[in-house]
Design a protein. Structure first.
Length: 82
């Protein structure tokens, strides 16, 4: 399978951001969660590949996006108040 299109990356990123927000018990805002999911989807898989964990296919993109979103959302959840 080739490189996923931008639309697919954004959709998976939005889903990963929402799931990341659920995993962190709704602490980050919705916008921050969705944004972190998209950024995680864009940066997660290439970063994982450079670290020696290549993700392939849509499932790999989803795992990389979720990992990237959680990595970006944890500091947001820790350093922001509600």
């Amino acid at each position: 399978m080739g490189t996923p299109g931008l639309f697919l990356v954004v959709v998976i990123g939005l889903l990963a951001g929402g799931l990341g927000r659920l995993l962190l018990l709704g602490r980050p805002s919705r916008f921050a969660s969705l944004l972190a999911g998209v950024v995680g989807a864009l940066l997660g898989p290439p970063l994982a590949a450079t670290l020696g964990y290549p993700f392939e296919g849509v499932g790999g993109l989803a795992l990389g996006a979720l990992a990237g979103a959680i990595i970006l959302l944890v500091p947001v959840a820790v350093f922001t108040r509600r």
